[in-house]
Design a protein around this ligand. Structure first.
Ligand code: NAP
Length: 313
């Protein structure tokens, strides 16, 4: 098999399709030099990536938009070649805030539409300027909203052409069912972005989503950056795993490439983050080999059912 990631797309239930490999763009804004995301997205596009995963709360959407626009201006790509996924943050769940929030993202990106807009998390925070509102005891201030009403507002954004497809993130089966069983549902979620890698393979959610034609987009597919401020580092580093490394040796690939290949081979979209030119290119080189059924089973058996991203909120 010698396919490029460009041709490697998965159909979505609304008739669109999503590239199996995308570039993740979350990097701690305090520790990441300005312009790193801009450079990374440009390098990724040159390397062949067509799918970029971003969010308003990553504080670098302006760099993503600039990179895409520069590459369009260069004639390297057309807007329709790119698949950009943006996310609705927790403080913006009230239905009347959804469209203005997406419009703000589009203004930051300086693009006319996003390809996919997803509810980033199923829980809502108090609306307002504070993105992480907390009370005097340091506890998050939540907000009661009806997720189904939020979803209807996303449906309206799709109808208005501001988002080509709509989906969710960090939703469990119950939350997905709540949306899918909503009276008057116009569009079901095309995708659910969740943590997914060889130590957290999500067998039950994957099966449920397969049955309902919902694509799983696996975040932290390399086991995260292991930043202790938001990652549970008690689980061992994924990329040091002996099985992944041994299989990698056989194919002259790295443990990272094996972890990514494992997911794409079972139809899970992966969005590894790298701002390092060499690793951006490395992560793209996963379409020129395939794992045997036995190797897929061996990797599946590594599952520990433990999250790196605990989402303690
Ligand atoms: P990840 O992609 O699993 O890992 C990123 C880390 O791995 C970075 O430290 C990166 O460093 C390093 N890395 C990249 N390629 C490598 C390679 N080939 N070999 C060794 N190390 C490598 O983790 P993530 O950032 O948590 O997840 C990916 C994306 O998913 C995010 O950027 C974001 O877009 C999305 N996400 C979404 C949610 C959600 O709630 N929806 C949550 C978490 C993440 P360098 O940059 O130095 O290469």
């Amino acid at each position: 098999m010698n396919l490029t990631a460009e041709s490697h797309r998965v159909p979505l239930s609304d008739g669109n399709s999503i590239p199996l490999l995308g570039l993740g763009t979350y990097a701690d804004p305090q520790k990441t030099p300005k312009g790193s995301c801009l450079e990374a997205v440009k390098i990724a596009i040159d390397a062949g990536y067509r799918h970029i995963d971003g969010a308003f709360v990553y504080f670098n959407e302006h760099e993503v938009g600039q990179a895409i626009r520069e590459k369009i201006a260069e004639g390297k790509i057309k807007r329709e070649d790119i698949f950009y996924c943006g996310k609705l943050w927790n403080t913006c769940h009230p239905p009347e805030l959804v469209r203005p929030t997406l419009e703000k993202t589009l203004k930051i990106l300086q693009l006319d539409y996003v390809d996919l807009y997803i509810i980033e998390l199923p829980m809502a925070f108090k609306p307002g300027d504070a993105l992480y509102p907390k009370d005097e005891n340091g506890k998050f201030i939540y907000h009661e909203t009806d997720l189904c009403a939020t979803w209807e507002a996303l449906e309206a954004c799709k109808d208005a052409g501001l988002a080509k497809s709509i989906g969710v993130s960090n939703f469990n089966r119950r939350q997905l069912e709540m949306i899918m069983n909503k009276p008057g549902l116009k569009y079901k979620p095309v995708s659910n972005q969740v943590e997914c890698h060889p130590y957290f393979t999500q067998p039950k959610l994957l099966e449920f989503c397969r049955q309902h034609d919902i694509v799983i987009v696996g975040y932290s597919p390399l086991g995260t950056s292991r930043d202790e401020s938001w990652v549970n580092v008690s689980s061992p580093p994924l990329l040091k795993d002996p099985v992944l490394n041994a299989i990698g040796k056989k194919y002259n690939k790295t443990a990272a490439q094996i972890a990514l290949r494992f997911n794409v081979q079972r139809g899970v979209v992966v969005i590894p983050k790298s701002f390092n030119p060499q690793r951006i290119r490395e992560n793209f080189q996963i379409f020129d080999f395939s794992l045997t059924e036995k190797e897929m089973k061996e990797i599946e058996a590594l599952n520990k059912n433990v999250r790196y991203v605990e989402l303690l909120m």
